[in-house]
Design a protein around this ligand. Structure first.
Ligand code: G1P
Length: 288
C-alpha cells in the first residue's frame, strides 16, 4: 500500500534554544533562509507524502501560518513585481495538504502521535518525521525508508552508525544484519549506556508505522516519567516476536535540536547554497 500521510510532532518546548524559542517555535528557526520545519516537510513531499498532520501545542501558530497562504504578502510582492520571491512564498502552502492537531498534554512522543490518529485511516501505514533532524541526501531519507517498507511491509526505523561512546542519547537497536544497509531488528533499547548498548546503530527520528504498530502504541502505558514513548511501543512490539526493519540511510544528518548541530547545518548548507555558498567559503577561509 502506498503511504500518503505523514505525522510530524512539533509540540515540544524547545528549551535548548531559549531564549530564541521563547516567542516562536524552535522549528521555525531558519537554517540559511528556510525554517528547519520546511526542510522536513520538503523531504516528506519529495518522498511522495501528500498529507501532513502536524501535532502542535500552544505557541506553535507560526508553523500553521508558514504552511498557509499569506495573501497580503503575496499581493504586495506582486505589486512590487518581485516574481522570484512570490513564487518562493506561494509554493509553500501548496507543498501538501496540511492538518494541525493539538497535543493537549505534554505526555511524550508516542502520545503526540496518538493525537493524530483521528486523521489517519486505520488500515494505512504512516510516515513519522521528528522535527529536529535535517537530512541532506541524494534520495530523500523518508523515501529510502518507504522503499524498505515496500519490501517488508513491517515497521521501519532510520538508523545511523555512530561511535559506541555516543549512543546514550538515542534508541539503539540490536538484531541481524541482512545486507549493507538493512537490519532485522529484534531489540530496541532506549538511551542505554555504551556498555549496555546492543550495537552502535542508533535510531533517528524517521519512522514508518504500520496499523499493528499504531494499535500497540494505543495500548502502551505511560512509563515511570508519565510519558507514552514511541521507543517503549517498539520494545513492546518486538516482544510479540514480529520484526521491525532498520535502514542505514545514505545522507548527512544535522541534529538541529541542539546548538552545535544547528550551527553545523548553517555552515554546511550555507556552503551548498547557490546564492551565498562561494562567498561563505571565502569568508570561512579567512577565519583563524
Ligand atoms: C527520541 C527517541 C529515540 C531516538 C531519538 C532520535 O528521543 O525516543 O529513540 O533515537 O528521538 O532523535 P528524544 O530525542 O526525543 O529524547
Amino acid at each position: 500500500m502506498r503511504i500518503r500521510k505523514a505525522v510530524i510532532p512539533v509540540a515540544g518546548l524547545g528549551t535548548r534554544f531559549l531564549p530564541a524559542s521563547k516567542a516562536q517555535p524552535k522549528e521555525m528557526l531558519a537554517v540559511v533562509d528556510k525554517p528547519v520545519i520546511q526542510y522536513i516537510v520538503e523531504e516528506a513531499v519529495a518522498s511522495g507524502i501528500e498529507e501532513i498532520i502536524f501535532v502542535t501545542s500552544l505557541g506553535k501558530r507560526a508553523i500553521e501560518d508558514h504552511f498557509d497562504r499569506n495573501f497580503e504578502l503575496e499581493y504586495r510582492l506582486e505589486q512590487k513585481k518581485k516574481t522570484k520571491e512570490l513564487a518562493l512564498v506561494g509554493r509553500i502552502g501548496k507543498l501538501a495538504k496540511f492538518a494541525f492537531v493539538r497535543q493537549n498534554k505534554p505526555m511524550g512522543d508516542g502520545h503526540a502521535i496518538l493525537a493524530a490518529l483521528p486523521f489517519l485511516d486505520r488500515h494505512e501505514p504512516v510516515a513519522v518525521l521528528f522535527g529536529d533532524d535535517i537530512i541532506d541526501s541524494k534520495v530523500p531519507a523518508m523515501k529510502q525508508l518507504l522503499d524498505v517498507y515496500e519490501k517488508y511491509q513491517d515497521p521501519i526505523v532510520a538508523l545511523q552508525q555512530v561511535q559506541k561512546k555516543d549512543v546514550s542519547n538515542y534508541g539503539v537497536i540490536g538484531g541481524r544484519k541482512l545486507d549493507a544497509t538493512t537490519w532485522e531488528v529484534s531489540k530496541f533499547v532506549e538511551k542505554p549506556s555504551p556498555a549496555q548498548a546492543p550495537s552502535n546503530n542508533i535510531v533517528i527520528g524517521r519512522y514508518v508505522l504500520t496499523p499493528d504498530m499504531l494499535a500497540i502504541l494505543e495500548d502502551q502505558r505511560a512509563g515511570k516519567d508519565g510519558e507514552i514513548r514511541l521507543a517503549d511501543a517498539f520494545a513492546t512490539y518486538l516482544l510479540g516476536g514480529r520484526p521491525i526493519y532498520g535502514h542505514l540511510f545514505e545522507g548527512t544528518r544535522y541534529d538541529c535540536g541542539n546548538k552545535l548541530g544547528f550551527l553545523k547545518a548553517q555552515v554546511e548548507l550555507g556552503l551548498k547554497h547557490p546564492e551565498i555558498g562561494k562567498d561563505l567559503k571565502r569568508y570561512l577561509k579567512t577565519m583563524k
